[in-house]
Structure formats: C-alpha cells, structure tokens
Design a protein around this ligand. Structure first.
Ligand code: GDP
Ligand code: IMO
Ligand code: MG
Length: 423
C-alpha cells in the first residue's frame, strides 16, 4: 500500500501537527522522518493544547502506531519530558510508540556546540532553536554519530565518552563565553537514556516494508518546512535535514515509487522564525496584527514569528520540489477583518520580473509583485462547511488553486481538531 506524506511548504509552523492529528483516524501508522526537537507541533482538542517535539502527532489515537524514523535526531532528555507529559494525559505510549535503531542521538555536547557555533557567528547567526540539531546531523554525515541501536551494545558509553570529549575540545575552539556544567547535563542525559531504552527499538525500514505488504496505511509526518530544507531552502538559514518529500524516502527507507498522496500544508499568509530572507515580510501594523491574531509565537522557543503576505513564488517552488498532490490551507480565520489582502505572484529581481524562486532571495535583490484581494469581515471559527465561507475567501482560494494547479482540499479555521473544513 502506498505511503502518504504530509509536509510544510513554508518556513515551518504551518499547522502540521493539527492536520496529522485530524488525519490519523485514516491511518494505521504515523511516522516522523526527519528533524528532531527543533519541531513544535501543536494539537488542540477537548479544550486542551498539546505540543509535541519528537513524538509523532498521531500519539493521541489509541489504535495508531507512532514511529520515530531513522532520519530523526532524538534528544533523550526532551523525549523523556514528552513521555512524562503524555503519562499525565494517560496516553499508553508503550503500546503505540516505536523507535528506529538507526535514528541518531543528540548528546548534551551537541547542544553546547550549537550554542557555541551560534554565539561565534554574531549577527550572522542562523537563529537555531539551540537543540543541537546541526551538530548532530554533522556527526551523522561525518560518520561519528551515536545511534539508538548503539544503546543496546555494551560499549556504547565508551563511544559516548570519546565523542563528548572531542565535542568539549571543539567547544573550547569556538572561544566564546559559554557556561555549562557537563556533569549535571550528563546525569540528566543518562537518566533519560534509561527511559528511552525501556521503549521498543525496531529495524524500522523492515517494519514499514512489512506493514506495506500487510496493506497497512502509513502517513509520513514532516517537520520544519520546505524553505528550511538543507538543499532547497534559503541556505544557510535552514535546518540540517531534508524537510522535503525526498527526506521521507531516506528518513524512513520508503521507496520513491511507493509514495501516494503528498499533502502540502501552508498558512493563508506566511511566517518565519529565526534569521534569513523573507521577501514578503511585513514590518507594519498589518504584520503586527497577523502575529497578534494568529498568536504567532514559536511552539518550541516562544520566539515571536515574523509575518507577511502569502508568497506564491515560494509556494509554487515548494509544490514542485515535493510533488504536492493536495493542498491544505491553514489559519484562514486569522485573515478575517483585513480590508484588503495581497498575494505575491512574481518578484522584481534586480529589475527583471521573475516567477521562479531564485538562488539569492535576499531582500535587497527582490521586490515582491502583488495581486490585491478583497478581505472579509466574517468570523470563520464556527464555520464547518465550505458553503458558509465568505465569497471573498472563496475567490482567494480559487485564485491560489488556479495559480498552483493543485486543489485545496482542507481549509482550517481555528486550532481545534474540529475547526477543519474538508472540500
Ligand atoms: P506545526 O509546527 O506545523 O505543527 O505548527 P505549530 O504548532 O508550530 O504552529 C501552528 C500554530 O497555529 C499552533 O499554535 C496551532 O494551534 C495553530 N493553528 C493551527 N491551525 C490553525 C488555524 O486554522 N487557525 C488558527 N487560528 N490557529 C491554528
Ligand atoms: P516545525 O516542525 C519553524 C528554524 C529555526 C532556525 C532554523 C535552524 O515546528 O515547523 P535548527 O534548530 O533546526 O538548527 O534551526 O530553522 N526552525 C523552525 N522554524 N518551525 C520549525 O519546526 C523549525 N525547526 C527549525 O528557527 O531559523
Ligand atoms: Mg511548529
């Protein structure tokens, strides 16, 4: 059976967690394929809000298996915190959560290296979440990493010590002011590793192949967004993994020809947290209103998110790279009350009009070209049917579908599971 993918098409925080939770009732297995605790996926139901970082967003559905794939990087400490929170919600995660032996571990010293690297960059910093993501993927590709499966070997602590010692000398090399107590960090780490080891480790690529043969339905859950992809994002202001569709193949061991639907999620406007170019960013009252109404604060770091108009040049690029088959538009409710809306349909790039996402998207090179739309006054948050949506919103949606040549199958009108309109 084909594997469906769900990915963010912008700079993350599109609402992936909400939609995975909504779709989980249609799937047997939910599988995270990349990223780590830099992600913050928010789910809202029964009046409660839950934020997941590493654990797949299907965890609140009893019947689904939730798999952390080989492409994910796991910080045992953050993982344990997530498990502790689930336990308070009476979620029986031992039954439903499985972890790939090939997933890499984030060590306390990876977090220190992240902090040291950012501090050394000064103004040029990436705006990393400081969760140790970059250094951990560097050790993975540098062939130095420690994997979940290593925890089952007798000598893993020796491997750990050698790597942590090396990291400490690298931290010193950065020559930045960084206070830390490694002993304390390690005590917490080893405690958390014990908890991690009590969970079920699997050879996940084999597990998924067997599941496919058994006609089990699988949804791969992306983290971050396409414009943060290590290859296709706004490099170097990106994360360190492939957040795009190809990442699901390498991050789970799924063959390209077994991919079915590719669900592409985007906000009705655009946000970005951290540094880096953002052509349609707003620095005025309109952007401030989007941030306030949309409650645009990072689910992992609490930082305020930068806001701006929808960018179709960037969105078309993301749809192409991912082979998106269905679109899902989130946070339409946030745009209620805006007199007029703008959508960027092309860039003026150093004097030329272009329609593709160029190599260099720094704002000094780009002036967005906008198409204007009428806004709508109606509050959407109680609406549950397409027929009740305001005419101006339908015009907006139809314009996007025509430009992107992909149907918008879901319109989200609030954070709750129930505030989801299928078209
Ligand atoms: P993710 O990282 O893609 O899972 O997204 P985040 O959870 O980081 O950020 C999305 C934020 O928007 C969360 O606070 C969600 O609760 C919220 N949200 C999701 N969909 C909607 C929506 O349609 N309307 C509103 N107002 N909020 C939404
Ligand atoms: P979800 O899954 C938004 C951003 C960081 C920073 C850059 C690199 O919740 O959509 P990293 O810690 O990965 O080295 O940071 O990427 N970033 C995200 N922005 N949502 C995320 O995840 C993000 N994960 C990383 O802000 O700019
Ligand atoms: Mg998020």
């Amino acid at each position: 059976m084909a594997v469906d993918l769900l990915l963010g098409l912008q700079w993350g925080d599109e609402g992936k967690g909400k939609i995975v939770d909504v779709l989980t009732s249609n799937y047997n297995i939910i599988a995270r394929f990349q990223g780590g605790p830099n992600a913050g996926h928010t789910l809202v139901f029964n009046g409660m809000k839950h934020v997941l970082h590493t654990i797949p967003s299907g965890i609140f559905h009893e019947d689904a298996v939730n798999l952390v794939g080989n492409g994910v990087v796991i910080d045992p400490v953050i993982f344990k915190n997530e498990l502790d929170k689930l336990a308070t919600q009476n979620v029986d995660y031992r039954k439903s959560l499985v972890i790939s032996r090939k997933a890499h571990l984030i060590l306390p010293t990876h977090r220190l290296l992240d902090a040291a690297s950012e501090a050394s960059k000064g103004k040029a910093k990436i705006g990393s979440t400081l969760k140790g993501i970059g250094p951990t993927y560097m050790d993975k590709t540098g062939r130095n990493g420690i994997r979940v499966g290593d925890l089952e070997l007798d000598n893993w602590k020796e491997k750990y010590r050698a790597l942590a010692n090396k990291h400490e000398s690298m931290v010193a090399f950065y020559n930045v002011d960084l206070e830390y107590d490694l002993e304390e960090l390690e005590t917490e780490f080893f405690e958390a590793v014990k908890v991690l080891k009590s969970l079920k480790f699997i050879d996940s690529e084999e597990y998924l192949h067997q599941a496919q043969r058994d006609q089990k339905s699988i949804l791969a859950e992306g983290a971050q967004g396409s414009l943060l992809d290590i290859d296709f994002g706004t490099y170097p202001f990106v994360t360190s993994s492939n957040t795009t569709a190809a990442g699901a193949c390498t991050g789970l061991g799924i063959a390209p020809n077994s991919i079915g639907e590719v669900f592409g999620i985007f906000k009705a406007y655009t946000t970005r947290v951290g540094s880096g170019p953002f052509p349609t960013e707003l620095f005025d009252e309109v952007g401030e209103t989007m941030g306030r109404v949309g409650n645009e604060f990072g689910a992992t770091t609490g930082r305020s998110r930068r806001c701006g108009w929808l960018d179709l040049v960037a969105l078309r690029y993301a749809c192409q790279v991912n082979g998106v088959t269905q679109l899902m538009m989130m946070k339409a409710d946030v745009l209620s009350g805006f007199k007029a809306l703008k959508v960027c349909t092309a860039y003026n790039y150093k004097g030329d009009i272009i329609h593709h996402f160029p190599y260099n998207v720094e704002s000094e090179n780009i002036t967005p070209i906008y198409t204007d739309f009428d806004g709508w006054e109606e509050d959407l948050t109680e609406m549950d049917n397409e027929s009740t949506l305001p005419k101006s919103l339908l015009t907006y949606i139809e314009f996007l579908e025509k430009e992107l040549e992909i149907p918008i199958k879901v319109v989200s009108v609030g954070p709750d599971r129930k505030q989801t309109i299928f078209r």
